[in-house]
Design a binder for this molecule. Structure first.
Ligand code: NAD
Length: 271
């Protein structure tokens, strides 16, 4: 759950792709907690419906699930049409859906196309299809989820980082093109975040994730879902009304570190 934030999303309509689980669910919950009507668009129907049901228990008729595959244009069209018939506008779009499939630089074409189709083209198509609904909002805002993996070289991965790097450029293009329509588009770059993916890697141990994460994140821990969700609330709020086309790192200082890991030359000469 997000912290006690100051943002008021009462009367606003939000769409979160990949919103059924993990980070997407935290973002959907945070927007809902701040008063928004939330559409959870995901391929995971069981988790998405369960989340919508729990949000509706907290506030009746405030959330709904749309079975949506962002790699399928017809599926996106059904989601946007349903959204339009409910609310006739969209105030907040969060492109969060992801697949992590990656075979590194030797990835098969199929792996490349799957990753690109969901992670990069998926969000691009959702935005393209939602444009008229966004334009009907008095203060529309879009957030695209990138990753620190898209900023630095890593061994053994290629598809996911390339998608996440491309998202940063796409965000700039979308921001510049849509600024005349007052639609703001920004990216968020999380580092290691205590999500389903990281919990799997850490065999469920947050303590272990923080111990290893402290070496990579100057703030001494991995990120929380709320760290990212709160950044979404900020970027989509009127407090960020003059911010578009940026990459907001929510990374505990990860991207401020260089290859020297924060040590001056003397450290390396004595190491
Ligand atoms: N977890 C991290 O540490 C971390 C770090 C940096 C960036 N991110 C970014 O945050 C976002 C969420 O990451 P996560 O770790 O929560 O992912 P996750 O794999 O836990 O969840 C992804 C969600 O997307 C949904 N999804 C998958 N394919 C889909 C499709 N074709 N159409 C619609 N929905 C689909 C899944 O069902 C799932 O609910 C991603 O964009 C990721 O790149 C995560």
């Amino acid at each position: 759950m997000a912290r006690d934030v100051r943002f008021d999303y009462g009367g606003r309509v939000a769409l979160v792709t990949g919103g059924a689980t993990s980070l997407g669910a935290a973002i959907a919950q945070a927007l809902h907690g701040a008063g928004a009507q939330v559409c959870i668009a995901d391929v995971d129907a069981a988790s998405g419906q369960a989340l919508a049901d729990s949000l509706n228990r907290a506030r009746p008729r405030s959330a709904w699930f749309e079975a949506t595959d962002v790699s399928d244009d017809a599926s996106i069209a059904r989601c946007i049409e349903a959204l339009g018939s409910r609310h006739a506008r969209l105030d907040v779009l969060v492109n969060n859906a992801v697949v992590y499939d990656d075979g590194g630089i030797g990835s098969a074409r199929q792996t490349w196309l799957k990753g690109l189709g969901v992670n990069l083209v998926g969000g691009a198509q959702v935005l393209a299809q939602a444009l008229e609904l966004l334009a009907a909002s008095p203060s529309p805002a879009v957030v695209n989820l990138s990753s620190v993996a898209g900023k630095f070289g890593q061994r053994g991965r290629a598809v996911y980082p390339a998608c996440k790097a491309a998202i940063l450029q796409l965000t700039r293009n979308q921001a510049v093109e849509l600024a005349p329509r007052n639609i703001r588009v920004n990216a968020i770059t999380p580092a290691w975040t205590w999500s389903a993916a990281l919990a799997r890697q850490a065999a469920g141990s947050r303590e272990r994730a923080d111990a290893i994460g402290a070496r990579l994140h100057p703030l001494g821990r991995v990120g929380d879902l709320a760290d990212v969700a709160d950044a979404v609330l900020f970027l989509c709020s009127d407090a960020a009304a003059f911010i578009t086309g940026v990459d907001l790192p929510v990374d505990g200082g990860f991207s401020a570190l260089g290859p020297d890991q924060g040590h001056p030359p003397a450290h390396w000469w004595s190491a």
